[in-house]
Design a protein around this ligand. Structure first.
Ligand SMILES: NC(=O)c1ccc[n+]([C@@H]2O[C@H](COP(=O)([O-])OP(=O)(O)OC[C@H]3O[C@@H](n4cnc5c(N)ncnc54)[C@H](O)[C@@H]3O)[C@@H](O)[C@H]2O)c1
Ligand SMILES: CC(C)[C@H](C(=O)O)[C@@H](O)C(=O)O
Ligand SMILES: [Mg+2]
Length: 354
């Protein structure tokens, strides 16, 4: 089982160190090799997704990513920014299916931004398309043009989906729903955007192959509202790249913190890159404050989806549950009466629980 490890930037190396300790403690035959992605790669090689990383990434069975980015790279030309490395590796490896499970651990009911009675038992899966949409659409750019008689800067992007891209992510979502609560909500903005009218049309077509799954549709603005009004109405949600990015950060707060939301980014053969949904958190980087649980839970998803090692995945998830029950909390999920710990001590606790 060959894993390409990409610690990245900011809190990336800190949270990754804990996930690797957990993986190593499982007694599995895992071969891990580190590579550069993001700002660290820009600093070392001038490019965010260097050739050496491309090679390792393509050879590996799975990848584990911390996070990339930071203000020190924000003024670079766009192609050199860390985020381009992340988008580049997703596209290069065909990782079109991003699974983001928002699960509320009962111990964190009070850490959720919603009242316990609204979120208790929450278990939503957000399926986000990851290699298309306005993220990758051409043309795009910023240029000076004449507009209404004056020269001014104009910025534009293109929201575009081809039928096959919509079809394949919907299949992933329907199949996930079949294995869960058999309810799928497809989120779009068909009242305004043609691109997402096509999305809705195809969702209806694909649904004919999944008569056991109840398909509903929701406009994205309403979906954002419903997520904080009554999130338990959802089982699986499926949406495009842009809306999924936003809705999954929103959903993370229902679970207590963005530091609790893992993710899997899969290709058609379940090769995957596993990464927490959050970013490099420059405001807390290097301070031993970051919550490593989203990364550790992402490693569990890797064991489940790419390596088919359900038992090991469940061991890791049970260990996370146990440390929460024991009262260990990083600052983002802390509440009075629990024990505040740093990133490394949280890793220690998970290891002890294992
Ligand atoms: N997958 C990725 O690599 C990824 C994802 C999102 C953002 N980014 C990049 O990260 C940088 C910072 O972005 P941002 O500030 O908008 O989002 P962010 O997710 O990094 O941080 C948002 C807030 O959440 C907190 N936070 C995030 N992860 C945490 C954790 N594990 N434990 C405790 N608190 C945590 C941060 O301290 C911050 O206050 C940007 O350069 C952005 O492009 C990368
Ligand atoms: C860093 C950025 C490119 C990325 C995205 O928008 O996909 C991040 O926000 C995420 O959610 O993984
Ligand atoms: Mg995001």
């Amino acid at each position: 089982m060959k894993i390409c490890v990409l610690p990245g930037d900011g809190i990336g190396p800190e949270i990754m160190a804990q996930a690797i300790r957990v993986l190593n403690a499982l007694g599995l035959k895992l071969e891990m090799e580190e590579a550069l992605l993001g700002g660290c790669a820009v600093d070392a090689t001038g490019t965010p997704y260097p050739e050496a990383t491309q090679k390792l990434a393509r050879e590996a069975d799975a990848l584990l990513l911390g996070a990339v980015g930071g203000p020190q790279w924000d003024s670079l030309p766009r192609e050199q920014r860390p985020e381009r490395g992340l988008l580049g590796i997703r596209k290069d490896l065909g990782l079109f299916a991003n699974l983001r499970p928002a699960i509320l651990y009962p111990e964190l009911a009070n850490a959720s931004s919603l009242k316990p009675e609204i979120v208790s038992g929450l278990d939503i899966l957000i399926v986000r398309e990851l290699t298309g949409d306005i993220y990758f659409g051409q043309p795009r750019g910023i240029e000076v043009r004449e507009v209404e008689g004056t020269q001014q800067r104009v910025g534009w992007n293109t929201m575009i989906y081809a039928e096959y891209e919509i079809r394949r992510i919907l299949k992933v979502a329907f199949e996930a729903a079949q294995k869960r609560g058999k309810k799928l909500c497809s989120v779009d903005k068909m009242n305004v955007l043609e691109c997402t009218q096509l999305w809705r049309d195809i969702a209806i077509e694909v649904s004919r192959d999944y008569p056991d799954v109840e398909l509903s549709h929701m406009l994205v603005d309403n979906a954002a509202m419903q997520l904080v009004r009554a999130p338990k109405q959802f089982d699986v949600m499926v949406t495009g790249n842009m809306f999924g990015d936003i809705l999954s950060d929103e959903a993370s707060m229902l679970t207590g913190s963005i530091g609790m939301l893992p993710s899997a980014s899969l290709d058609a053969n379940n090769k995957g890159m596993y990464e927490p949904s959050h970013g490099s958190a420059p405001d807390i980087a290097g301070k031993d404050l970051a919550n490593p649980l989203a990364t550790i839970l992402s490693a569990a998803m890797m064991l489940r989806y790419t390596f088919n090692h359900e038992e090991a995945a469940q061991r890791v998830e049970a260990a996370v549950r146990k440390v929460l029950a024991q009262g260990f909390r990083t600052g983002d999920i802390y509440e009075p009466g629990t024990q505040k710990v740093g990133t490394r001590a949280m890793g220690d606790a998970v290891l002890a629980a294992l």
